[in-house]
Ligand binder design. Structure first.
Ligand code: GLU
Length: 418
């Protein structure tokens, strides 16, 4: 199968199979869920600033639409592939189902390094990609959002291109858009905020105190890592390390995150930051700390480094940062892993709020958004934790069981067509 080319996809299937076994999943449902519903591969020709045309490869995958429109981000990164996009789409299905949203799972992406493009090149790339995937997306069909390498500006260009084509403004075609074109207050920080909400719930469940002696390491300082790090600092813990794709910085006494942000704003990356020790991304994962937040890319914690992780809690801000083999080692070591489909679900939950507000044309205050988010995150955490205790499985399997249970009931009551 073409989907199975990446270890990331194979990993997602392994996790699904294991959860299916524990919950006694209908074998027909399992067979269907191992594969996406459909996928589109597009060529995206872009006139570069030097006048030449470059052609990029793009994808949009729908994994499941049993519960509603496909939902999931669009990623701009050099390692984007069909198999990676399909794995991410599958995770979105389980994430949306776990969070009780009336949405399915999808994902898109372009194999490109956005840091090497000018603003004009990025805009042309986004508009052409949107035109190519246009028949695939829409407020009732498939609703993209930001992911690694894309942001609210990218969503505004998608909204505009789609609306130009239809002849009227269609804000519901994307979420994570700027506030002035129908975005939701609190969406930007929602993923990072949700990560912290699950850490708060985990520390209550495990009886771990969160205070200034709690050391936190965050891999990745993009939208998710940065918001999570700032919120962890706000609740009184000490963030000792952060990183970006150039490497990390470590100060056991704690980092001044405003200073770090100001340094990145000026220098673009963390490289050369003066007030901390330079470390690699690999070293960051093994630092002496209480809480580790991998908020970069997939496949970071493997069977090679899992035994060296010192954190008591891992909260997965990224999608798929822990490989299956590592999961086993961490479980045996009693490391509490809050899995991606739960830990980072705050983003898609507030995307759903944005979609709902857009349909109602009635917008909520930031406080309302955050309170509703907290309620959903903490209730879902409690549900997953209870299943993990009852079935004696880790939180990933428990979260998958909760998500797949709702989905399989929906699939079986709708029936297989024809
Ligand atoms: N890209 C984010 C995720 O992986 C957000 C998806 C969305 O809001 O639709 O969950």
């Amino acid at each position: 199968m073409i989907w199975e080319e990446s270890t990331f996809y194979q990993n997602a299937v392994k996790q699904l199979e294991y959860a299916g076994q524990v919950m006694n999943l209908d074998p027909n449902v399992l067979t269907r869920l191992k594969m996406p519903k459909r996928a589109l591969i597009v060529s995206v020709p872009v006139r570069m600033d030097d006048g030449n045309i470059k052609v990029f490869e793009g994808y949009r995958v729908h994994h499941s639409m049993s519960m509603g429109p496909a939902k999931g981000g669009i990623r701009y990164h050099p390692s984007v592939s069909l198999s990676e996009t399909a794995a991410l789409a599958m995770l979105m299905t389980f994430k949306c189902s776990l969070m009780n949203l009336p949405l399915g799972g999808g994902k898109g992406g372009i194999a490109v390094d956005p840091s090497k493009l000018s603003r004009g090149e990025k805009q042309r790339l986004t508009r052409r990609y949107t035109t190519e995937i246009l028949p695939f997306i829409g407020p009732e069909k498939d609703i993209p959002a930001p992911d690694v390498g894309t942001d609210s500006q990218t969503m505004a260009w998608i909204l505009d291109t789609y609306s130009q084509e239809l002849g009227y403004c269609v804000p519901g075609v994307v979420t994570g858009k700027p506030i002035e074109v129908g975005g939701s207050l609190g969406r930007e920080e929602a993923t990072g905020r949700g990560v912290v909400y699950t850490i708060i719930e985990a520390s209550k469940a495990l009886n771990i105190k969160l205070d200034e002696n709690t050391k936190v390491a965050v891999q990745g300082f993009g939208n998710v890592g940065r918001a999570a790090a700032k919120k962890m600092q706000k609740i009184g813990t000490t963030v000792v390390a952060v990183s970006d794709y150039t490497g990390g910085i470590y100060n056991p006494k704690g980092l001044d995150l405003d200073h770090v942000s100001a340094y990145i704003a000026k220098n673009k990356t963390l490289g050369g930051y003066p007030e901390a020790e330079a470390i690699s991304n690999e070293q960051l994962l093994e630092l002496p700390c209480d809480i580790l937040i991998p908020a970069a890319l997939e496949g970071q914690i493997t069977d090679k480094n899992a035994a060296k992780v010192k954190a008591k809690i891992i909260a997965e801000g990224a999608n798929g940062p822990t490989e299956s083999a590592a999961d086993k080692i961490l479980f045996e070591k009693n490391v509490f892993v809050i899995p991606d489909i739960l830990a980072n679900a705050g983003g898609v939950v507030v995307s759903y709020f944005e979609w709902v507000q857009g349909i109602q044309k009635l917008f909520w205050t930031e406080k309302e958004v955050n309170n509703k988010l907290f309620e959903i995150m903490s209730n879902t955490f409690a549900k997953v934790y209870a299943v993990s205790l009852e079935k004696k499985v880790n939180m990933r399997t428990a979260a998958l069981i909760c998500g797949i249970d709702r989905l399989s009931k929906a699939m079986l009551s709708r029936g297989f067509f024809p």
